[in-house]
Design a protein around this ligand. Sequence first.
Ligand code: GAR
Length: 228
Amino acid sequence: MADRITLGVLVSGRGTNLQAIIDACEQGTIDAKVAVVISDKADAYALERARKHGIAAVHVPVGKYGTPAYERADAEQLRILKEHGVQLVCMAGYMRKLGPRVLDAYPGAVMNIHPALLPSFPGAHGQPDALAYGVKISGCTVHFADAEFDQGPIIIQAAVPVVEGDDADTLAARILQQEHKIYLQAIQWFAEGRLRIEGRHVRVLDAEQPPAGQAIISPPLQIEERWP
Ligand code: GAR
């Protein structure tokens, strides 16, 4: 059991990842508590979810990147995170670049989740972009955040098949199920002090290794295996 770490969650929308995090905190699945939720959108349903659980929910409007309004928002976000004693910042469907003040104040302590196997398909449309490209496997990624969109060192990824007849919504739903699992794992590793950033690599101390001979093949093989 690790000490409970204090989370600040940044959101822009409906907040299913936030909900998974809140539920896991309440159920003791992860050693964390959500102290504050910050949204750049006043009407984000994620704010409502936070309030239902008695969590501080704050709207901080964010101007255009590089403008004085953006810089003010960066400072205000940092003030709120510090006020709530936040130790780990989790971007969960937060669709903006994080400002330099927050990033500098939380080195190695800002995570993001993205609905694609990074570095493929970064940006705001990971699932439809992957589908349009014709990939047979997609998935999701939790990574440490830096000043660019969806670019920092990768902590954990989950892969899912793209299946015949998928549209962006069915693929997004399949990926989302995995998002809700891998984000919790990444947070728990952080809480346990088990993540080491070494350049672009994140080492998970004492991590179990996946079976090296196991693969997701999509579509599945229909030839007989003739080799031993
Ligand atoms: C999630 O699929 C998340 O991975 C994605 O937004 C969705 C938010 O859903 N984030 C990005 O695309 C970041 N580039 P949620 O509000 O229900 O958690």
